[in-house]
Design a protein around this ligand. Sequence first.
Ligand code: SAM
Ligand code: SF4
Length: 383
Amino acid sequence: MTTAMCYQVKTAAGTTSPRGVSLNVLDTAPAANPLSNGITGPRDISYVKMLRISVTDVCNLRCVYCMPEEGVEWLGKSEILSFEEIAAVVRASVRLGITHFKLTGGEPTARKDLPVLVALLRAIDGVRDLSLTTNGILLGPQLVKLKAAGLDRITVSMDSLRPERFSEITRGGDFHRVWAAIEQALAMGFERVKINVVVMRGMNENEVADFAGLTKRWPVTVRFIEFMPLGRSGLTDNPLESMVTESQMRSQIESAHGLLQPVDRTSERGVGPANVWRIDEGVGRVGFISAMSKPFCDTCNRLRMTPEGLMRSCLFDGGEVDLKPILRSETHQAASTQTPAEHNTGNLVGLDERVMRAMTECVALKLDTHSFTGNKAMNRIGG
Ligand code: SAM
Ligand code: SF4
């Protein structure tokens, strides 16, 4: 059941502007948070449970739906947050009630010493779920270290089961290497490995049933993602032409494998925005992330942080708040001195307080429903 609410929205500059907005929100009451200021629903910081952290904008592939082939401008090294700065944001996030953290990019495994970051974040009390989304090319040799550092879950992107086509879509990726990394992750006991498939008309749409068929043999969750026109990519000229909707994907799967059976969302950790199903006799699961045909903004419980420390309210054109000036200010030396009692009364000091307030401002910038296009490519936002 859902409820409609009216509330106030804060702008990035910190001014409060009354805005009578009707928004459907989930019934489950979030824990009270002194920073919420009476706001409820997805624009309430207490509602946020997942922070997706893009650890680098750099990538070793150039997937057609994500980036242009050439001319991408990369961030400078000094612009990117250090591991300590990322950990500071995670510490503040935990205090806001955020429990799930996803490392993404760009290609996170291309960031030097990724397992060191994983260990740093794992050691923070309150981090319940730590996961990684990767293109899998560099994953195999890092798996042992990542697991030892405390990584819980892995999602691998794989848009075709045909090596040649895989290479075309990723502009050069080696299918066999990625598949071997998936098999290795399963053999190492990573809990329900996910496979992300962006489905595009005229490219891989005829493989949807084959991908769903994988779940008969493998205990993986295959998530079909609708293409989203974000930033500049190989598909931006005519995005509508490339889009395949969830209902079109479903009918392909059901003609090949019979009716999809619903799966209880609570039975799967880290389900996120996907709605989850299984095919008859399937050991794995099938999910759909249908941001274009069925936007899920009214139940969105996530924030994203870019590699340079912009906290972003939405994948599309939602507002953002810059954390870097806070993280790099001289005054944050007094950080992390709050007691739980100070937290509960809203009497906060130091770095944690400033990051928490900035995140609270950011979540209030979420739109009722996202726009059709987004101003930044996924590799910058942390998809
Ligand atoms: N490089 C890693 C990877 O590809 O898994 C992590 C970052 S990538 C931006 C995260 C996810 O976003 C991938 O599953 C990718 O397929 C998806 N993605 C990127 N651009 C997209 C777009 N325009 N529409 C839908 N999904 C997209
Ligand atoms: Fe790189 Fe991932 Fe974007 Fe592909 S989807 S270009 S692997 S960041």
